[in-house]
Write a protein that binds this ligand. Structure first.
Ligand code: ADP
Ligand code: MG
Length: 136
């Protein structure tokens, strides 16, 4: 599926539609350059899944796990050049029994658990963003 949105709110709504089809254990990768709307998209999905608090990019930690029904995890691999076995040990709990969104999945290479859906965002004119959702 490919759509173009004209505002952050619209991007959140696209994410909400994807969220309806997800269940615990599902991994969704979210790619795109800085400012393309990855975190905005994940925030929209979290809202649709009932997560009420702030949803921001993990900065001082590799991820957030939001408690809910189901739990939703948000991992950001921006600073990773690759993921070592030891680092995977730290990441694994985020995937366990949660819907897990992964920003900058490229850093993980092929080490990610099986991916349910891939989302790619790209800048278009002004506030417009082109969003591609595959696999779901
Ligand atoms: P990323 O995580 O990819 O770096 P963010 O979601 O943190 O991106 O930031 C995207 C920025 O672009 C936000 O400030 C958001 O308000 C703005 N924005 C403007 N138009 C859109 C749009 N159509 N979709 C998503 N974000 C948009
Ligand atoms: Mg981000």
């Amino acid at each position: 599926m490919e759509v173009e949105t004209a505002s952050p709110e619209e991007t959140e709504r696209v994410a909400a539609r994807l969220a309806e089809r997800l269940q615990p254990g599902d991994v969704v990768t979210v790619s795109g350059e800085l400012g393309s709307g990855k975190t905005t998209f994940i925030r929209g999905a979290c809202r649709a899944l009932g997560i009420a608090g702030p949803v921001t990019s993990p900065t001082f930690t590799v991820g957030h796990r939001y408690t809910g029904d189901p739990d939703v995890s948000h991992i950001d691999l921006y600073r990773f050049a690759g993921v070592s076995a030891a680092e995977w040990g730290d990441l694994e709990p985020y995937f366990d029994e949660a819907i897990c969104f992964v920003e900058w999945p490229e850093a993980a290479g092929r080490a990610l658990p099986p991916v349910r859906a891939t989302v790619t965002l790209a800048h278009a004119d002004g506030d417009r963003r082109r969003i591609t959702v595959d696999g779901c």
